[in-house]
Structures are given as structure tokens and as C-alpha cells.
Design a protein around this ligand. Structure first.
Ligand SMILES: CCCCCCCCCCCCC[C@@H](O)CC(=O)SCCNC(=O)CCNC(=O)[C@H](O)C(C)(C)COP(=O)(O)OP(=O)(O)OC[C@H]1O[C@@H](n2cnc3c(N)ncnc32)[C@H](O)[C@@H]1OP(=O)(O)O
Length: 241
């Protein structure tokens, strides 16, 4: 029979790992998460104010694009947090999540002005904003050891709806961009040229859309596993990257 010491060992190890975060790392992550929560709250307020004042989503993207680009680009730091072991999250999972957002922000909505007023842009903006306010406040309160249950609940439940909504918004936006990209030949490199290379951005966008089929379920199931672990206390055997 397992002794009481052995019974508690998995939980103890888990708690010890959490407690042994270095003070500098905790301080940095706390500041980072507070700044990011504030940034996404500013975006939420700006979106609500715009909608109340104008009564339409047309022009909304343009009005918030600077703030959005700043805070979403700043999130690249999360890949470094994982790579340097500051947080116990997979670099691959975080890399896919952050890079797909950066791609949407810079190479789709920023670059293709004609699609900025599409309803689908509003769809992913709302999904991202609600997600990030919840996620960064969850990390902040966790680091401060004062996590309200409703934030924990929201972090591990809202994604069930927000992930599909966000992905639908992203895919519909890329789809809406395809005709403009094909017509303009933007960001494409045609032969002949002195480097003898060609690149077709239209094909690239189609490949990105197709890559959601294998990649999105991985992110979604990762979150479902996290949900079972955190809300229902299930212990998972984690694979190395
Ligand atoms: C170049 C072109 C690329 C094109 C690729 C195209 C394919 C793309 C397919 C994918 C599509 C995704 C689209 C996406 O943009 C759509 C949306 O986002 S829609 C809105 C809904 N979204 C979500 O709900 C996002 C959910 N995702 C996440 O939360 C994270 O990004 C994710 C990395 C997926 C999961 O997070 P994590 O594994 O970190 O889970 P936990 O939150 O439970 O945390 C685990 C432990 O790490 C600690 N941690 C992590 N970060 C921090 C931090 N900043 N500060 C403090 N602590 C942190 C956390 O506390 C946990 O620690 P412990 O285990 O000790 O408790």
C-alpha cells in the first residue's frame, strides 16, 4: 500500500515547482501580465466606445489597429518565456498560437486594407480580446496567489466557445482576402528575377488556411487537457517537446 508520503508526492512536487519560480522571473511575469491585461482592456473599451458612438463596426479596425498591433506583437515574448523555461508551457503550442495571431495582424488585416471592415474581423477581435483579458488576469492573480474562482472558471471554460469563434473569424477573413491578393499579386515574387525564386502569396494564404485543420485541434485539445488538470485536478503524463 502506498504511504501517505507517497500519496502526496505528485501534488507536493507540483506545488514545489510552482513555489520555486525565481523572484526575478515572478516579478517580470507579473509586470508583463499586468501590462498585457491593461492593453487588452484598453482595446475592449476602445471597441465598445467606437460601437456606441458610431453604431457600426465599419472603421473600428482602423481606429484600434495601432494598439492591437502593439500588444499582439509584444506577445512574441511568450515564446521566449517558454524557451527560457520561465513558464511551463510548450514552445511549440505557444509558438503556433502567437505566430498565427502575428500573421493575422501583420500579413492579413494590416496588409490588405480592403478586408478591414469585414464582419469576420470583428468576430476574431472580440474572441481575442475576451480571451486575453481573462488569460492575462488569470496569470496575474495566480502569480499574486489571489486567484478568484470566476477568473479560473472563465479561463478554462470560455475558450470552448471563443476558440471556434476566433478561428472562424480568422479563416473567413483570410478567405475574404483571397480575391484581392490574387488580383493585386501583392507580397508575391514572380519569375524571372535575378535570384531565380518565386513566391505566390495567394497560394501561401491557402496553405495557411489548410494548416488550421491539423493545428487547431492540437491547441484546442491542449486547452481541454489543461482544463481537466486545473478544474478537475486530473494528473497528466506530459510528453517532452
Ligand atoms: C507563420 C504563419 C503561421 C500560421 C499558422 C496557422 C495555423 C494556426 C492554427 C491555430 C489557430 C489558432 C487561432 C487563434 O488565434 C484563435 C484564438 O485565439 S480565438 C480566441 C480563443 N483563444 C484561446 O482561448 C487561446 C487559448 N490559448 C492559450 O491560452 C495559450 O496561448 C496556450 C499556449 C494555447 C495555452 O496556454 P498554457 O499551456 O500556458 O496553459 P495554461 O494557461 O494553463 O498555463 C500553463 C502554465 O504556464 C503558466 N504560464 C503560462 N504563461 C504564463 C504567463 N504569461 N505568466 C505566468 N504564468 C504563465 C501557467 O500559469 C501554467 O503554470 P502552472 O502549470 O505552473 O500552473
Amino acid at each position: 500500500m502506498a504511504s501517505s508520503e507517497e500519496d502526496g508526492s505528485a501534488e507536493d512536487k507540483e506545488n514545489n515547482k510552482k513555489k520555486t519560480k525565481r523572484p526575478f522571473v515572478t516579478a517580470w511575469l507579473t509586470i508583463y501580465n499586468i501590462v498585457m491585461t491593461a492593453g487588452w482592456m484598453v482595446l475592449a473599451v476602445a471597441m465598445i466606445r467606437f460601437y456606441i458612438q458610431k453604431g457600426t463596426h465599419k472603421g473600428l479596425y482602423k481606429s484600434i489597429s495601432r494598439t492591437l498591433k502593439f500588444f499582439q506583437t509584444f506577445a512574441l515574448l511568450e515564446i521566449f518565456h517558454c524557451a527560457f523555461g520561465m513558464v511551463r508551457t510548450s514552445v511549440i503550442v505557444t509558438g503556433v498560437q502567437v505566430c498565427s495571431r502575428i500573421f493575422m495582424v501583420w500579413f492579413v488585416t494590416h496588409s490588405i486594407k480592403q478586408i478591414q471592415n469585414e464582419e469576420s474581423v470583428l468576430l476574431f477581435l472580440v474572441a481575442w480580446t475576451v480571451t486575453e483579458i481573462t488569460r492575462y488576469s488569470f496569470y496575474t492573480f495566480s502569480l499574486l496567489n489571489h486567484l478568484p474562482y470566476f477568473i479560473k472558471w472563465a479561463r478554462y471554460n470560455l475558450f470552448i466557445v471563443l476558440y471556434p469563434v476566433g478561428v472562424a473569424g480568422e479563416l473567413l477573413t483570410i478567405y475574404a482576402a483571397l480575391p484581392y491578393v490574387r488580383k493585386s499579386g501583392m507580397l508575391s515574387v514572380r519569375l524571372p528575377n535575378k535570384y531565380n525564386v518565386s513566391f505566390d502569396y495567394y497560394i501561401c494564404l491557402i496553405i495557411v488556411m489548410l494548416s488550421y485543420i491539423p493545428l487547431f485541434p492540437q491547441l484546442f485539445f491542449h486547452m481541454l487537457r489543461q482544463r481537466r488538470k486545473v478544474l478537475h485536478g486530473e494528473v497528466m503524463v506530459e510528453k517532452e517537446d
